[in-house]
Design a protein around this ligand. Sequence first.
Ligand code: UDX
Length: 445
Amino acid sequence: MATDPTTSALAEREPIGVIGCGWVGLVTAACFAELGHDVHCRDIVPEKIESLARGEVPIFEPRLAELLERGRERLSFTTELAPVLERARLLFCAVDTPPTHSGDADLSRVERVVDEIGESSDHALVMKSTVPVGTGRAIARRREGLGYVSNPEFLKEGSAVDDFMGPDRVVVGAEESASAFAERVAAVYQPLGAPIVRTDVASAEMIKLASNAFLATKISFINEIANVSEELGADVTEVARGMGLDERIGPKFLQAGIGYGGSCFPKDVSALKQLAGNSGYHFQLLTAVIEVNELQKRRTVGKLKKHLGSLVGREIALLGVAFKPHTDDVREATSLVLAARLVGEGANVRAYDPVAGAHARELLPGAHVSGSALEALDGADGAVLVTEWPEFRELDWAGEVRERMASPLIVDGRNFLDGHALAEAGFSYEGVGRPRGALGAPSPA
Ligand code: UDX
């Protein structure tokens, strides 16, 4: 039976504090406001708070602006912590925890928040930020009065609002001493109708890291199956389809490609490996997952060289810069490694992305950023499809693109284009994990 989350939540309104108005914090704030709660948001950057108070949304995430607008009366924004402490008891912490040079998470922002809250038995710090296993226990030991609840996020960029409102599960981790706070946290999610996993803090922290590490493992696994399939004449897209129908495996995260990127997977996989290492355990599997991903990013260079020989002076078009479509996020994007490798090989790189062009200019030194896909492809000796933006399917490959390219070579890093149609149109097409030669013979260099 479907319940209307908005109306059923109104019965148990709980004023909510959100500390850190980045991507996770804003999505959390907007969704809790949508559920009918008053939400008090705090960020230390005055310009961010001023623009949020004016109703401007500093990041691109579908539906976020709409929810913030609809919840305006229930949302407040401030740079001060005091008014948030006064109005809310549950303080959702969404400050960032970037990796340090050693690979450990930088917890300085979390520490600052804990210090600022000080001793309070009226409040609970509800940790949304991804932190190493053991962080919550250490904070709880230092601040005995303060309640501590681990409540990791599982949001995907591009569908974060929908992920928040329709989660597969909600994880709420707390020790016995904070169980009353944990109940209150569980209660605010209850209208979403998802299973609530109540557990201890360390297990909740581990669920987050282990989930992302498992998904990354699934990607590296299918990427290796793809690489072997290229040698043995199997088609990885068929293999993945056949595997995915096994309910124990499932069809998701079985798309072979040129490696995973983004702000979460690379960071969380390394963090878990590092954490294991710090505890004296060598996490061999994750070491391989990371290495496979790094090698996968570079394999494209070999595919171009197979057709073109030396890349010195070659014009190579990169279609897509963002780490996945529908975002302008280029953090840990495969394009960055690929562009640097190609420049290192002496190629002239022209990159195009429908929305991430501005970031590309900063982050792709030595590459030219084109204003359109056609501009990037004009006179190119080869093209690499890096990000599966829908507009790349709409290009007139057989006509205009074929005419404009100096040599018709496509390396499709996402198995996104119609390889058969391209081969028929005279292209040399290389996908990922597709049998050699099945989709058009390589053209002479
Ligand atoms: C991810 C997790 O999904 C989310 O739960 C977590 O909290 C944050 O990290 P996100 O980084 O937004 O979310 O991206 P996601 O859509 O999960 O994709 C991650 C990367 O894996 C992308 O680079 C994508 O291209 C790649 N990928 C994904 C594959 O190469 N193959 C697949 O089958 C799936």
